[in-house]
Design a protein around this ligand. Structure first.
Ligand code: PA5
Length: 423
């Protein structure tokens, strides 16, 4: 089935002619991306990355992952932002597929979090992947200092070398030096792919291969995405339609996009998407604020605001057509709760009715919404979905007139923090 975009519930908010009117601007954005002449063109390596990835390299990574798993009970993945979210979103989405537990560090500086993690893994066979493109980011650098010492106390020499793996720049940054000086195995992050677009580089592929995720299917899905969303025809290209719809809604004062899903394994996919869109669009006083909810859970806490609050938002639902499992609702003789009406049905049937009802109620309440439906919750569809959003945000940034590939604003707090810590 692949991925489908349903824009029915934009009726009354976005007219087909509004989208058509954007076609020449979208074509310009498309051409600038393809020809590498647009803003930030030195960071568009992600564009052809799926087809560029060598199958032999993927096979080598799969074998490497298997080897590391053979002596590891668990993996600690150290990184933040683009060096964290794609890994966590993939593993959490495919939660039943990871063959060893993956723990995360370096994505915050919470002492209790790191101390708790080290306590939990202390008697296990551990491997560590530390990921940092710059090699100088505070949170992962400090977490790695602590975890490196912990590993040095637990392992010696060759044992240590095979258990610490670095993913970083080919020559720049402290992590490159640490890897080379200590003889740790290392993988290179390409220069032309920024953090939030890097899930299909060794940033994502190395820890995912160690966890036992089907990285070949993930890349295969992204390859399908590269083909489908590489087409200029706005009628056919749903990534461009999504970008165009968002742009029209933004221009009507819909400044918040709520990504809402009825499947909680999409929680970190939402987080990945928030970084991708927030960091790409939010500059020069522009940008839609990306928010997210897991439904129906959050309907019981945020449903009131969605239905009836300030009308400055729109929603994008992600639906999953087919669940891996089935849970049939049992018949109950007494039927005190009056739910025998769905006895014998799969629980997902009710979940899907909840989605349909929510989408209809929200549009009636003044919240236009779109739905992205993916065929299955597997690695292939996730790979395609990643590429869908990457392509959409690139065009969206160009429509807004910003460089979607830089993040100069992120430096401001760092400067102040370095002053405070004397760096
Ligand atoms: O998108 C980005 O560039 C950032 O989120 C980075 O990925 C994040 O700050 C981590 O950077 P680094 O990989 O250099 O440690």
């Amino acid at each position: 089935m692949g991925i489908i975009l349903n824009s029915e519930n934009l009726k009354g908010f976005v007219k087909p002619q509004d989208v058509d009117a954007l076609s020449s601007r979208i074509k310009k954005a498309h051409d600038e991306l393809e020809s590498g002449t647009g803003a930030g063109n030195d960071y568009t390596g992600w564009l052809k990355l799926p087809s560029f990835i060598d199958d032999q390299f993927l096979d080598e990574l799969v074998s490497f992952g298997k080897e590391v798993r053979s002596f590891s009970d668990c993996l600690i993945s150290i990184g933040i932002g683009g060096s964290y979210l794609g890994i966590r979103s993939t593993i959490d989405f495919l939660r039943q597929e990871a063959r060893i537990p993956v723990y995360y560090a370096g994505h915050n500086m919470s002492v209790d979090n790191l101390a708790g993690l080290l306590e939990e893994v202390k008697d296990k066979n551990i491997s560590v992947v530390v990921i940092s493109k710059s090699g100088t980011t505070t949170e992962p650098a400090l977490a790695f200092r602590v975890i490196k010492k912990f590993m040095e106390e637990k392992y010696r020499d060759d044992e240590l070398k095979k258990r610490i793996i670095c993913v970083t720049d080919k020559e720049k940054g402290a992590l490159r030096k640490i890897a080379d000086q200590n003889g740790y195995r290392s993988f290179i992050i390409p220069d032309d792919v920024g953090g939030r677009f890097s899930v299909l580089t060794p940033v994502g592929l190395v820890p995912l291969a160690i966890a036992g995720i089907d990285i070949k299917a993930l890349v295969e899905g992204a390859r399908v995405g590269e083909k489908e969303y590489g087409c200029m025809d706005l009628e056919k290209n749903i990534a461009y339609q999504y970008a165009a719809n968002r742009f029209c809604l933004f221009n009507q004062g819909k400044v918040i996009e709520v990504m809402a899903s009825f499947y909680d394994n999409l929680f970190y996919v939402h987080e990945w998407w928030k970084q991708l869109f927030g960091e790409s669009e939010g500059k020069n006083g522009k940008g839609i604020f990306p928010a997210s909810l897991i439904l129906s859970t959050d309907l019981h806490s945020m449903g009131q605001l969605l239905q009836d609050g300030v009308r400055n938002l729109f929603e994008t639902f992600i639906e999953i057509e087919e669940q891996k499992n089935r849970i049939i609702i049992p018949e109950d003789e007494q039927d005190l709760d009056k739910f025998n009406c769905v006895a014998g049905k799969d629980l997902d049937f009710v979940n899907k009715q909840a989605y349909k009802a929510t989408a209809a109620a929200h549009v009636e309440g003044g919240v236009p919404n779109m739905t992205i439906t993916i065929g299955k919750g597997d690695a292939f569809h996730l790979g395609q979905l990643y590429y869908f959003f990457e392509k959409a945000v690139a065009v969206s940034g160009y429509l807004l007139g910003v460089n979607p590939f830089d993040q100069p604003g992120v430096e401001a707090y760092k400067k102040k923090m370095f002053e405070l810590i004397g760096k």
